[in-house]
Each structure stands twice: as structure tokens, then as C-alpha cells.
Write a protein that binds this ligand. Structure first.
Ligand SMILES: *Cc1c(COP(=O)(O)O)cnc(C)c1O
Length: 447
């Protein structure tokens, strides 16, 4: 065993003894090695043995501009010597003010108030609490129910699981949850022959309106992931659905919560996914990519109308939610550096080209008729792979392992293979990614 292999093995063993890894059946690591990462640079993660892995899923969808990005690093080093953290009640600081103003400007001031937390699930819970409390302050105390889509994923704390519809994350905790109403997803893959994605969107919107009517004024908010339902398998749908949902929410006095934790920050082609439907929600949740993948940061943006519902001399009418690291200056500074890269590099414009180069590089995958439903929205690419029974239940793990042998970090969801790469892929990287993914697919399908 080489010195490097021994070192790597030692880190793996120590990790498996002391670290409880997320989203993992720990027993599987008896057969599957854990990869101790030594460092990252750009698209690549390197292990202790000098092997490299192209981070094709942006390390769980958070990294936008590569690992060890020089501009974000420089901003953080500067911030570190000024202010690492100060409480945000009674105090404020430049990074949080600038970030709130910049984000508000990106919505043309429609969502002009930002409330901060650290993780996505907390942002979702904040939006749910704010919605309920805003109605309560308005005397509408009967509005206590929430609606989500079939296959929705909004995080895994108890409140967020209540509006999540992914059995593997939810079933074990059923008795602990405040359940919500689940309505038809607009997932375009449901289109019958002769039906369009817009037809599916209309049907799904009808299902939403029927449910809201049936609950007679009891629904506080409808929560939705705009354009792509990511964690349930990159289900993509027509923007028409969001327009119809906005109209329905307005008609029945229901808040619209857009969970842009995964689809925001340019992932689907526009900075906010909602822009492609020409609508604004009442609450917009951001996290993941907003700090460039550097630090935990999440936030909820909302309208003046909601903010004003809490504005009063009575402390109890205020939004008293508190979180120790609210508006952490380092995380906000990473976010500001991230937004600056969007401007300086005209990222949204250049991603259009990147996305089409990616589509072309992956087109040959379609030649195998077990690869179906190839779809893409901006910098999200996905396909479904037809495998049955036991092969289907082990597909994701097998694919992940074979991909590692081909220098790729790709982690399918069930039998959906997807890519969500950082926005720094150049043509050569994309060609490499396309070639490697084809080899991985062939090898896995031949097993
Ligand atoms: C990841 C994700 C969340 C939860 O974010 P965490 O930071 O993991 O809590 C919520 N909603 C969506 C759409 C997500 O993709």
C-alpha cells in the first residue's frame, strides 16, 4: 500500500467511526469507499491519492463558480479581518445591507425585505411562519393550512418535511408531522400522446384551484419550486403553471411561496426562475448557490404588504423568529462576491451558450433507447434511465461508483441521471464531461 493510499484509508476509517454522514445508509460504506477530499480547485475536487473528480453536481447544487474561487476567497479574507460576526438584532453591518439591497433590486423592488437564516429548510419554515402570522395579524386566523405539489421537496426539518412529498425522506416521520395538502404536479413527463406541457400545466393548475376551493378560506399558502422540482428527480414543467398559480392565489387570497433554493441564482437561465413566468411570489426562499457554495446562508424575500402586516407598536405582532447566525457577515460577503461575478462576467448571458454546448455534448446519450426523457432547463440537464427491479434500486449507487472511476462526481436520484455543473465549464470541460458520462452510462447499463 502506498503512503498516499494509507493516509487516505486512515481518514476514511476515522470518518466512518466518528462522522455520521448525511443522506447515507452507513452500512453501505462497508462495501463502498468514502472519499476523503484533500482540496478543490475550479471544477475539480482532489483526493489524498491525487485522483480528481469533476464536480458535475456543484457539491449538492451549491457551488456556482468553482472551488477556491480567487475572487470569493479574496472577499472573504478581507471580511475576516473586518468583522466575522455580530448579532443582527439591534445591530447591522455593510454586507447584510448591501446584499439585501442588491437582491431587492434584482426583483425591481417587488420583494424589498430580506429575512436571514443559514439553511434552506429554515428559510422554508420562516416563509410558512410568516405567511401564517401575516394572515393572523390581519385577523384571518382560520388560514392555517399549506399546499404543496406531488413530489415536492422543501427540506427535512419537521416543518419543512410537512410540505415535502418524497416518501424516502418523509415516511418514517409521518406521525410527527403537520401534514399539508398535496396537489397534482405539472411535471411535463405526464403528457399523454398529443398533449403538450402546457396542457399538463393547465390540468395541474385546476387541481390546485379545486383544492383551495374545497378548503374554503383555510389555506394560508401554496409552496412551489419554480420550473424544476429538483430533489424528486428534476421534474421540469411549463412556466404557464406559475402564471396560473399566481392568478389562483390572487383570486383566493392565498400566499405564493417560491422555493428557489435550488433553482435560483441563475440555475434555470434567469437569475430567479420566477422571472421566466413573469411573476413574483409573496415569499421567495434562496439558499444553496447564493453564497457561491462557500458558507451556509439562506434568506426569505417578501413584499412591503407582508412587511407592513407586522409593523406595529405591539411586540407580539412582530416577526420574532430568531437564529444565532442571522445575516452572518462572512456568508453575506461571499454572496456579494458571488453576485459581483454574475455582473462582471455576464454569467447569465454566457450560460446560454454553455447550456447549448452542454446539450450538444450530451446528445449522443439519446442513441441508447434505455435513456429517455432527456430534458434541460438552463444549467440543469437530466434524463431517465429504463432499468427494472433490483437493477433500478441499486442504479444510483452503481452509477455514482462507476462515475468516480471516470473522474466524475455524479449522484443520480433513483434512475434519473442529472448534471448541475458550476458556471465555469469551458468547451473542453464540457466535451470531457459528455465523453465520460457516455462511458459511465454504457458501463452501468452493461452490468
Ligand atoms: C436543498 C433544498 C432545500 C433545503 O435546503 P437545506 O439547506 O438542505 O436545508 C429546500 N428546498 C429545495 C428546493 C432544495 O433544493
Amino acid at each position: 500500500m502506498s503512503q498516499e493510499t494509507k493516509l487516505s484509508d486512515a481518514w476514511m476509517q476515522r470518518s466512518l467511526r466518528s462522522v455520521w454522514h448525511p443522506c447515507t445508509q452507513m452500512q453501505h460504506h462497508e462495501a463502498i469507499p468514502l472519499i476523503p477530499v484533500s482540496h478543490g480547485k475550479g471544477l475539480w475536487l482532489y483526493d489524498h491519492q491525487g485522483r480528481r473528480y469533476l464536480d458535475a453536481i456543484s457539491s449538492w447544487w451549491v457551488n456556482l463558480f468553482g472551488h477556491a474561487n480567487p475572487r470569493i476567497n479574496a472577499a472573504l479574507k478581507d471580511q475576516l479581518d473586518r468583522l466575522e460576526h455580530a448579532m443582527l438584532a439591534g445591530f447591522t453591518h455593510e454586507p447584510v445591507v448591501e446584499l439585501s439591497e442588491k437582491l431587492s433590486a434584482l426583483t425591481q423592488g417587488e420583494l424589498g425585505h430580506c429575512f436571514y437564516a443559514s439553511d434552506g429548510a429554515s428559510a422554508v419554515e420562516i416563509a410558512l411562519k410568516m405567511s401564517f402570522h401575516a394572515w393572523r395579524n390581519a385577523g384571518q386566523t382560520h388560514k392555517q393550512e399549506f399546499v404543496c405539489l406531488k413530489g415536492s421537496y422543501h427540506g427535512e426539518t419537521l416543518g419543512a418535511l410537512g410540505v415535502t412529498d418524497v416518501a424516502i425522506f418523509k415516511d418514517a416521520y409521518g406521525p410527527l408531522l403537520q401534514h399539508s395538502h398535496v396537489v397534482m404536479s405539472p411535471d411535463a413527463r405526464q403528457a399523454a400522446p398529443g398533449q403538450t406541457a402546457q396542457d399538463v400545466a393547465r390540468l395541474a393548475a385546476q387541481s390546485l384551484e379545486d383544492l383551495i376551493c374545497a378548503r374554503e378560506g383555510k389555506v394560508a399558502a401554496f409552496i412551489v419550486e419554480p420550473l424544476v422540482q429538483c430533489a424528486s428527480g428534476m421534474a421540469m414543467y411549463d412556466p404557464l403553471y406559475l402564471q396560473l398559480a399566481r392568478e389562483i392565489c390572487d383570486r383566493h387570497q392565498v400566499h405564493l411561496i417560491a422555493d428557489e433554493i435550488a433553482v435560483g441564482c441563475g440555475r434555470t437561465g434567469s437569475f430567479f426562475a420566477c422571472e421566466q413566468a413573469g411573476i413574483w411570489p409573496d415569499f421567495l426562499c434562496l439558499s444553496k448557490g447564493i453564497s457561491g457554495g462557500y458558507l451556509p446562508l439562506s434568506l426569505v424575500m417578501t413584499r412591503s404588504r407582508i412587511f407592513e402586516a407586522f409593523y406595529d407598536t405591539d411586540v407580539r405582532r412582530g416577526f420574532l423568529h430568531s437564529h444565532s447566525y442571522t445575516g452572518n457577515p462572512l456568508a453575506c460577503r461571499a454572496a456579494l462576491a458571488t453576485l459581483q461575478i454574475f455582473d462582471e462576467d455576464e454569467v447569465l448571458l454566457r450560460n446560454r451558450v454553455r447550456a447549448s454546448v452542454l446539450a450538444a455534448a450530451l446528445a449522443p446519450l439519446k442513441e441508447d433507447d434505455r435513456v429517455t426523457q432527456v430534458r434541460q432547463r438552463g444549467m440543469v440537464w437530466a434524463c431517465d434511465v429504463k432499468v427494472d427491479g433490483h437493477a433500478a434500486s441499486t442504479f444510483a449507487r452503481r452509477f455514482f461508483n462507476v462515475a468516480l472511476q471516470h473522474e466524475l462526481l455524479v449522484r443520480p436520484i433513483g434512475t434519473t441521471v442529472y448534471l448541475m455543473p458550476p458556471y465555469i465549464l469551458d468547451d473542453a470541460d464540457t466535451a470531457f464531461l459528455g465523453r465520460q458520462l457516455q462511458s459511465v452510462m454504457q458501463e452501468v447499463l452493461a452490468q
